[in-house]
Design a protein around this ligand. Structure first.
Ligand SMILES: Nc1ncnc2c1ncn2[C@@H]1O[C@H](COP(=O)(O)OP(=O)(O)OP(=O)(O)O)[C@@H](O)[C@H]1O
Ligand SMILES: [Mg+2]
Length: 322
Protein backbone atom coordinates (compact mmCIF):
# COMPACT_ATOMS: atom_id res chain seq x y z
CA UNK A 1 0.00 0.00 0.00
CA UNK A 2 1.21 3.52 -0.81
CA UNK A 3 2.94 5.41 2.00
CA UNK A 4 1.60 8.86 2.71
CA UNK A 5 4.46 9.78 5.04
CA UNK A 6 6.50 10.79 2.01
CA UNK A 7 4.41 13.04 -0.15
CA UNK A 8 7.13 14.63 -2.20
CA UNK A 9 6.08 17.97 -3.62
CA UNK A 10 3.58 18.66 -0.82
CA UNK A 11 4.89 22.21 -0.55
CA UNK A 12 5.59 22.70 -4.27
CA UNK A 13 3.84 20.91 -7.17
CA UNK A 14 1.18 19.32 -4.97
CA UNK A 15 0.68 22.36 -2.75
CA UNK A 16 -2.80 23.19 -4.00
CA UNK A 17 -3.78 19.50 -3.95
CA UNK A 18 -2.68 19.24 -0.30
CA UNK A 19 -4.49 22.41 0.67
CA UNK A 20 -7.69 20.91 -0.76
CA UNK A 21 -6.95 17.67 1.08
CA UNK A 22 -6.59 19.59 4.35
CA UNK A 23 -9.83 21.47 3.72
CA UNK A 24 -11.96 18.45 2.96
CA UNK A 25 -10.35 15.75 5.17
CA UNK A 26 -12.19 16.63 8.42
CA UNK A 27 -15.54 17.08 6.65
CA UNK A 28 -17.53 13.94 6.20
CA UNK A 29 -18.20 14.35 2.49
CA UNK A 30 -17.24 12.24 -0.54
CA UNK A 31 -14.08 13.14 -2.43
CA UNK A 32 -13.45 12.44 -6.10
CA UNK A 33 -9.81 12.18 -7.16
CA UNK A 34 -8.81 12.56 -10.75
CA UNK A 35 -5.32 11.92 -12.08
CA UNK A 36 -3.37 10.02 -14.70
CA UNK A 37 -2.02 6.57 -13.98
CA UNK A 38 0.78 6.63 -11.39
CA UNK A 39 0.16 10.28 -10.45
CA UNK A 40 -0.53 9.51 -6.78
CA UNK A 41 -4.29 9.01 -6.43
CA UNK A 42 -3.88 6.34 -3.76
CA UNK A 43 -1.30 8.42 -1.91
CA UNK A 44 -3.73 11.35 -1.81
CA UNK A 45 -6.69 9.12 -0.85
CA UNK A 46 -4.71 7.89 2.14
CA UNK A 47 -3.76 11.44 3.05
CA UNK A 48 -7.46 12.38 3.16
CA UNK A 49 -8.14 9.40 5.44
CA UNK A 50 -5.17 10.06 7.73
CA UNK A 51 -6.07 13.72 8.14
CA UNK A 52 -9.71 12.93 8.89
CA UNK A 53 -11.28 12.08 12.22
CA UNK A 54 -11.56 8.50 10.95
CA UNK A 55 -7.79 8.06 10.85
CA UNK A 56 -7.76 5.41 13.58
CA UNK A 57 -10.38 3.41 11.73
CA UNK A 58 -9.99 1.27 8.63
CA UNK A 59 -9.01 2.48 5.16
CA UNK A 60 -10.42 -0.10 2.74
CA UNK A 61 -9.22 0.09 -0.86
CA UNK A 62 -11.24 -1.55 -3.58
CA UNK A 63 -10.22 -1.73 -7.22
CA UNK A 64 -13.58 -1.58 -8.98
CA UNK A 65 -11.97 -2.65 -12.26
CA UNK A 66 -10.58 -5.88 -10.86
CA UNK A 67 -13.82 -7.60 -9.85
CA UNK A 68 -15.98 -9.71 -12.13
CA UNK A 69 -19.25 -7.79 -12.74
CA UNK A 70 -21.35 -10.68 -11.38
CA UNK A 71 -19.49 -10.52 -8.05
CA UNK A 72 -19.69 -6.76 -7.54
CA UNK A 73 -22.85 -6.86 -5.42
CA UNK A 74 -21.52 -9.51 -3.11
CA UNK A 75 -18.20 -7.64 -2.81
CA UNK A 76 -19.90 -4.29 -2.10
CA UNK A 77 -22.64 -5.46 0.20
CA UNK A 78 -21.59 -8.97 1.23
CA UNK A 79 -23.54 -12.21 0.97
CA UNK A 80 -25.16 -14.74 3.24
CA UNK A 81 -24.01 -18.32 3.43
CA UNK A 82 -25.61 -20.29 0.60
CA UNK A 83 -26.75 -17.16 -1.30
CA UNK A 84 -25.30 -18.65 -4.49
CA UNK A 85 -23.18 -21.61 -5.52
CA UNK A 86 -19.81 -21.19 -3.89
CA UNK A 87 -21.06 -18.93 -1.06
CA UNK A 88 -19.90 -21.36 1.62
CA UNK A 89 -19.71 -18.80 4.40
CA UNK A 90 -21.29 -15.45 5.20
CA UNK A 91 -19.19 -12.63 3.75
CA UNK A 92 -19.15 -9.04 4.96
CA UNK A 93 -18.88 -6.67 2.00
CA UNK A 94 -16.73 -3.55 1.68
CA UNK A 95 -19.38 -1.30 3.18
CA UNK A 96 -19.42 -3.38 6.34
CA UNK A 97 -15.65 -3.82 6.43
CA UNK A 98 -15.09 -0.07 6.19
CA UNK A 99 -17.75 0.83 8.78
CA UNK A 100 -16.70 4.02 10.67
CA UNK A 101 -13.72 4.31 8.35
CA UNK A 102 -13.01 5.20 4.71
CA UNK A 103 -13.90 3.21 1.61
CA UNK A 104 -11.61 4.05 -1.31
CA UNK A 105 -13.35 3.12 -4.56
CA UNK A 106 -10.46 3.09 -6.99
CA UNK A 107 -11.11 3.01 -10.76
CA UNK A 108 -14.73 3.98 -10.08
CA UNK A 109 -15.42 4.39 -13.82
CA UNK A 110 -15.11 0.62 -14.20
CA UNK A 111 -18.11 -0.06 -11.94
CA UNK A 112 -20.95 -1.65 -13.98
CA UNK A 113 -24.07 0.52 -14.36
CA UNK A 114 -26.20 -1.83 -12.24
CA UNK A 115 -23.76 -1.53 -9.32
CA UNK A 116 -23.67 2.26 -9.81
CA UNK A 117 -27.42 2.40 -9.10
CA UNK A 118 -27.05 0.42 -5.87
CA UNK A 119 -24.03 2.42 -4.77
CA UNK A 120 -25.96 5.64 -5.28
CA UNK A 121 -28.82 4.38 -3.10
CA UNK A 122 -26.48 3.56 -0.25
CA UNK A 123 -24.71 6.92 -0.59
CA UNK A 124 -28.10 8.57 -0.33
CA UNK A 125 -28.53 7.01 3.06
CA UNK A 126 -30.47 3.87 2.28
CA UNK A 127 -29.78 0.72 4.17
CA UNK A 128 -28.77 -2.40 2.27
CA UNK A 129 -28.97 -6.14 2.70
CA UNK A 130 -26.32 -8.74 2.00
CA UNK A 131 -26.93 -10.78 -1.17
CA UNK A 132 -29.34 -13.55 -0.17
CA UNK A 133 -30.10 -11.82 3.13
CA UNK A 134 -33.06 -9.92 4.53
CA UNK A 135 -31.59 -8.09 7.47
CA UNK A 136 -31.24 -4.40 6.75
CA UNK A 137 -27.75 -3.06 7.39
CA UNK A 138 -26.72 0.58 7.74
CA UNK A 139 -23.08 1.60 7.83
CA UNK A 140 -21.18 4.82 8.34
CA UNK A 141 -18.61 5.04 5.58
CA UNK A 142 -16.72 7.95 4.05
CA UNK A 143 -16.27 7.47 0.31
CA UNK A 144 -13.24 8.51 -1.69
CA UNK A 145 -13.47 7.62 -5.37
CA UNK A 146 -10.72 7.85 -7.96
CA UNK A 147 -10.39 7.58 -11.70
CA UNK A 148 -8.05 8.41 -14.54
CA UNK A 149 -11.01 8.62 -16.93
CA UNK A 150 -12.99 11.63 -18.03
CA UNK A 151 -16.30 10.93 -16.23
CA UNK A 152 -18.31 13.72 -17.95
CA UNK A 153 -17.58 12.15 -21.33
CA UNK A 154 -18.54 8.70 -19.99
CA UNK A 155 -21.82 10.28 -18.84
CA UNK A 156 -22.47 11.54 -22.37
CA UNK A 157 -22.04 8.02 -23.74
CA UNK A 158 -24.24 6.57 -20.94
CA UNK A 159 -21.42 4.55 -19.37
CA UNK A 160 -21.49 6.46 -16.08
CA UNK A 161 -24.54 7.66 -14.19
CA UNK A 162 -24.86 11.40 -13.94
CA UNK A 163 -26.62 11.27 -10.54
CA UNK A 164 -23.82 9.17 -9.05
CA UNK A 165 -21.26 11.56 -10.52
CA UNK A 166 -22.87 14.54 -8.79
CA UNK A 167 -23.06 12.60 -5.56
CA UNK A 168 -19.36 11.71 -5.69
CA UNK A 169 -17.93 14.88 -7.12
CA UNK A 170 -19.00 17.27 -4.37
CA UNK A 171 -15.33 17.92 -3.76
CA UNK A 172 -13.14 17.01 -6.73
CA UNK A 173 -9.36 17.04 -6.45
CA UNK A 174 -7.32 16.99 -9.63
CA UNK A 175 -3.79 15.62 -9.28
CA UNK A 176 -1.61 17.20 -11.96
CA UNK A 177 0.58 14.89 -14.06
CA UNK A 178 4.30 14.91 -13.29
CA UNK A 179 5.14 16.73 -16.54
CA UNK A 180 3.17 19.71 -15.18
CA UNK A 181 5.11 19.80 -11.90
CA UNK A 182 8.68 19.62 -13.09
CA UNK A 183 9.69 21.69 -10.06
CA UNK A 184 9.28 18.50 -7.98
CA UNK A 185 11.74 16.49 -10.09
CA UNK A 186 14.85 17.31 -8.05
CA UNK A 187 13.21 16.38 -4.74
CA UNK A 188 11.64 13.26 -6.21
CA UNK A 189 15.04 12.20 -7.58
CA UNK A 190 16.69 12.66 -4.22
CA UNK A 191 13.97 10.63 -2.50
CA UNK A 192 13.88 7.78 -5.01
CA UNK A 193 17.69 7.61 -5.35
CA UNK A 194 18.03 7.26 -1.56
CA UNK A 195 15.27 4.63 -1.51
CA UNK A 196 16.78 2.63 -4.39
CA UNK A 197 20.30 2.89 -2.95
CA UNK A 198 19.11 1.44 0.32
CA UNK A 199 17.07 -1.25 -1.39
CA UNK A 200 19.89 -2.40 -3.69
CA UNK A 201 22.75 -1.75 -1.28
CA UNK A 202 24.38 0.67 -3.74
CA UNK A 203 26.04 3.99 -2.92
CA UNK A 204 23.55 6.85 -3.54
CA UNK A 205 24.67 9.17 -6.33
CA UNK A 206 23.70 12.67 -7.25
CA UNK A 207 22.28 13.93 -10.48
CA UNK A 208 24.00 16.43 -12.73
CA UNK A 209 22.13 19.53 -13.87
CA UNK A 210 21.98 17.98 -17.36
CA UNK A 211 20.34 14.85 -15.88
CA UNK A 212 17.75 17.00 -14.09
CA UNK A 213 17.00 18.89 -17.31
CA UNK A 214 16.58 15.59 -19.13
CA UNK A 215 14.19 14.29 -16.46
CA UNK A 216 12.28 17.57 -16.60
CA UNK A 217 11.75 17.39 -20.34
CA UNK A 218 10.56 13.76 -20.47
CA UNK A 219 6.71 13.54 -20.59
CA UNK A 220 6.31 10.78 -17.91
CA UNK A 221 3.19 9.02 -19.20
CA UNK A 222 3.43 6.67 -16.17
CA UNK A 223 4.03 9.59 -13.80
CA UNK A 224 5.63 8.94 -10.37
CA UNK A 225 5.51 5.17 -10.75
CA UNK A 226 7.48 5.39 -14.01
CA UNK A 227 9.82 7.95 -12.45
CA UNK A 228 10.67 5.60 -9.58
CA UNK A 229 11.41 2.76 -11.96
CA UNK A 230 13.64 4.94 -14.18
CA UNK A 231 15.63 6.01 -11.11
CA UNK A 232 15.96 2.39 -9.95
CA UNK A 233 17.26 1.44 -13.39
CA UNK A 234 19.65 4.41 -13.54
CA UNK A 235 21.11 3.47 -10.16
CA UNK A 236 21.50 -0.21 -11.05
CA UNK A 237 23.22 0.75 -14.31
CA UNK A 238 25.51 3.10 -12.36
CA UNK A 239 27.23 0.18 -10.63
CA UNK A 240 29.14 -0.65 -13.81
CA UNK A 241 29.99 2.91 -14.83
CA UNK A 242 30.30 4.82 -11.55
CA UNK A 243 27.75 7.48 -12.43
CA UNK A 244 24.00 7.69 -12.81
CA UNK A 245 22.82 6.55 -16.24
CA UNK A 246 19.71 8.67 -16.70
CA UNK A 247 19.74 8.75 -20.52
CA UNK A 248 20.24 5.01 -20.70
CA UNK A 249 17.54 4.39 -18.10
CA UNK A 250 15.11 6.57 -20.03
CA UNK A 251 15.93 4.49 -23.07
CA UNK A 252 15.05 7.04 -25.73
CA UNK A 253 18.55 7.86 -26.86
CA UNK A 254 19.49 4.24 -27.17
CA UNK A 255 16.42 3.46 -29.14
CA UNK A 256 17.08 6.40 -31.45
CA UNK A 257 20.58 5.10 -32.05
CA UNK A 258 19.36 1.54 -32.55
CA UNK A 259 16.81 2.67 -35.09
CA UNK A 260 19.56 4.15 -37.22
CA UNK A 261 21.61 0.96 -37.16
CA UNK A 262 20.65 -1.68 -39.71
CA UNK A 263 20.30 -5.03 -37.99
CA UNK A 264 22.17 -8.04 -39.35
CA UNK A 265 19.41 -10.29 -38.00
CA UNK A 266 16.50 -8.92 -40.05
CA UNK A 267 14.30 -11.80 -41.25
CA UNK A 268 13.98 -12.22 -45.04
CA UNK A 269 10.97 -10.30 -46.31
CA UNK A 270 7.73 -12.19 -46.70
CA UNK A 271 6.16 -11.94 -50.15
CA UNK A 272 2.67 -11.27 -48.70
CA UNK A 273 3.74 -8.17 -46.79
CA UNK A 274 3.43 -4.67 -48.22
CA UNK A 275 6.99 -3.79 -49.15
CA UNK A 276 6.16 -0.46 -50.73
CA UNK A 277 8.27 2.43 -49.50
CA UNK A 278 5.11 4.19 -48.23
CA UNK A 279 4.11 1.19 -46.07
CA UNK A 280 7.60 0.92 -44.60
CA UNK A 281 7.69 4.65 -43.82
CA UNK A 282 4.27 4.44 -42.19
CA UNK A 283 5.21 1.43 -40.03
CA UNK A 284 8.41 3.15 -38.92
CA UNK A 285 6.61 6.39 -38.03
CA UNK A 286 3.92 4.51 -36.09
CA UNK A 287 6.56 2.60 -34.15
CA UNK A 288 8.38 5.81 -33.17
CA UNK A 289 5.12 7.52 -32.15
CA UNK A 290 4.27 4.58 -29.94
CA UNK A 291 7.74 4.60 -28.35
CA UNK A 292 7.22 8.29 -27.62
CA UNK A 293 3.89 7.43 -25.90
CA UNK A 294 1.97 9.41 -28.55
CA UNK A 295 3.91 12.61 -27.95
CA UNK A 296 4.59 14.48 -31.19
CA UNK A 297 6.40 17.70 -30.24
CA UNK A 298 9.20 18.57 -27.84
CA UNK A 299 12.54 17.02 -26.92
CA UNK A 300 11.10 13.53 -26.41
CA UNK A 301 8.53 13.81 -29.19
CA UNK A 302 8.34 11.63 -32.30
CA UNK A 303 8.88 14.59 -34.67
CA UNK A 304 12.33 15.28 -33.29
CA UNK A 305 13.39 11.64 -33.47
CA UNK A 306 12.11 11.39 -37.03
CA UNK A 307 13.78 14.74 -37.92
CA UNK A 308 10.40 15.96 -39.20
CA UNK A 309 8.51 19.16 -38.63
CA UNK A 310 5.68 18.38 -36.10
CA UNK A 311 3.05 19.82 -38.46
CA UNK A 312 4.33 17.61 -41.32
CA UNK A 313 4.09 14.60 -39.04
CA UNK A 314 0.56 15.51 -37.95
CA UNK A 315 -0.59 15.95 -41.55
CA UNK A 316 0.81 12.50 -42.44
CA UNK A 317 -1.10 11.00 -39.50
CA UNK A 318 -4.33 12.72 -40.60
CA UNK A 319 -3.91 11.32 -44.11
CA UNK A 320 -3.58 7.76 -42.76
CA UNK A 321 -6.65 8.13 -40.58
CA UNK A 322 -8.88 8.80 -43.61
N1 LIG B 1 3.98 12.75 -4.23
C1 LIG B 1 4.53 11.54 -4.09
N2 LIG B 1 5.62 11.38 -3.30
C2 LIG B 1 6.21 10.17 -3.17
N3 LIG B 1 5.78 9.06 -3.77
C3 LIG B 1 4.69 9.14 -4.56
C4 LIG B 1 4.02 10.38 -4.75
N4 LIG B 1 2.97 10.19 -5.59
C5 LIG B 1 3.01 8.89 -5.90
N5 LIG B 1 4.03 8.26 -5.29
C6 LIG B 1 4.39 6.83 -5.42
O1 LIG B 1 4.19 6.49 -6.79
C7 LIG B 1 3.53 5.24 -6.94
C8 LIG B 1 2.20 5.45 -7.66
O2 LIG B 1 1.32 6.19 -6.80
P1 LIG B 1 -0.22 5.79 -6.64
O3 LIG B 1 -0.37 4.30 -6.53
O4 LIG B 1 -0.79 6.61 -5.55
O5 LIG B 1 -0.73 6.28 -8.07
P2 LIG B 1 -2.17 6.12 -8.74
O6 LIG B 1 -2.53 7.45 -9.31
O7 LIG B 1 -3.11 5.50 -7.75
O8 LIG B 1 -1.84 5.11 -9.92
P3 LIG B 1 -2.85 4.13 -10.74
O9 LIG B 1 -3.72 5.00 -11.60
O10 LIG B 1 -1.93 3.32 -11.58
O11 LIG B 1 -3.61 3.34 -9.73
C9 LIG B 1 3.37 4.68 -5.52
O12 LIG B 1 4.45 3.82 -5.25
C10 LIG B 1 3.44 5.92 -4.63
O13 LIG B 1 3.92 5.62 -3.35
MG1 LIG C 1 -4.16 3.70 -7.87
Amino acid sequence: MAQTRHIIGAKTGLKSVLSRVNLVAPKNIPVLLHGETGSGKEVIAQAVHERSNRSTQKFVRVNCGAIAPELIDSELFGHEKGAFTGARTTHRGWFEQADKGTLFLDEIAELPLSAQVRLLRVLEGSAFARVGGEQSIQTDVRIIAATHRDLPSLIKTHRFREDLYYRLSGFPIIIPPLRERTGDIAALSEYFIARAAQRFGIKPMSLSQADIRMLQSYPWPGNIREFASVINRALLLSEATGNLQIAQALGSFNRAAANNTPSAEQPPSDSTQDDSLDAIIRAHIEKIISECHGRIEGPFGAAQRLRLNPSTLRSKMRKWQK
